[in-house]
Write a protein that binds this ligand. Sequence first.
Ligand code: SAM
Ligand code: SF4
Length: 365
Amino acid sequence: MSNEFNVEAKEIIQTENWTPENIIKLLSLPMEDAREILYPAAKEIKEKFVGKKVYFRGLVELSNICAKDCYYCGIRKGNSKLERYTIADEDVLAAVKFAHQNNYASVVIQAGEIASPAFTQKIEELLKKIHAETKGQLHVTLSLGEQSLETYQRWFDAGAHRYLLRIETSNKELYKTIHPQDDTHNFDRRVECLHFLKKVGYQMGSGIMVGFPGQSLEDIANDILFLQKIDIDMCGLGPYIEHEDTPLFERRTELLPLQERFDLTLKTIAILRLMMKDINIASATALQAIDPAGREKALGWGTNVIMPNLTPTEFREGYKLYDNKPCLDEDRTKCQKCLEGRIVMYGHEVGYGEWGDSQHYKKKR
Ligand code: SAM
Ligand code: SF4
């Protein structure tokens, strides 16, 4: 890449002139230039605003039952090959206890999307049990899809603090190409839910998949601007990885190679970090599916949260959102040891015993 172009890239970062065109220029940087320009800038901003600590969120994949049929997702309703499961409350509590005893300070409860009075009540009761089990010392993030304002409020009142709902793409037309055209897969409804979450008072997280068929750099640039505009407190964004039992798999020939999707994700994270300096950004598990140290590598590009998988091993195979999902059979203790080792190797430390709440959220309160 020409020197002239690199000077321009540095200037965009310095002047914080975040137009879509300028973001596209940064996303287009060849990886070796991105390493020289984007990486140190994002690293510096991250360390200045959120520090070098990495916060653990113990991930419990509560259930693979889903009422939706997103074209990219391995646990979509239409995947008849899958045996469906829901983890019993006592097993969830055992995972929560492990997190608490190991000073994780936070857990994430994630599942397919179910919007029914019985499910709402089940989660409400589970939240209360988690609160009682850990004397309210553990912070809980939910990632349970689109729900009504009332449901979000009930779960918040029962003890949930944060909620992650990825917009997936901010381009409404593109959204339609990766979801069925019906009322349950409605872009406007998803945006409305993000507003509900804020209204209730959650630390609100959103994010996108990077590199799915049909997505352009312009789309990603607009996505980053969208996340800034809706003023997220946290972000979970990761590479799209194909799953052979999904409709989107048919379009796999349109995909960038996995390594390029990985690189593009790192550049996206770095730009988001530069634009939203004090939010929490998670290293998505999908990064690890491409590169065993993918999540730790992303720390240097701006992430500060990692979600070690606490799902009992017998259920992990059932929660395969994409092919090559990592750590399918590793138990919690082993995962923690190797993860901590890699985090230290990449120059960071684990913020044990700290909630690691979004600074961005705290400043607004
Ligand atoms: N059902 C909830 C929802 O959709 O918000 C939460 C669970 S869902 C499995 C969590 C995230 O997984 C989605 O937001 C999506 O971005 C991601 N995901 C699904 N399929 C994926 C794939 N093939 N590659 C990468 N990420 C994927
Ligand atoms: Fe269900 Fe979420 Fe997968 Fe869509 S992404 S099919 S809502 S689990």
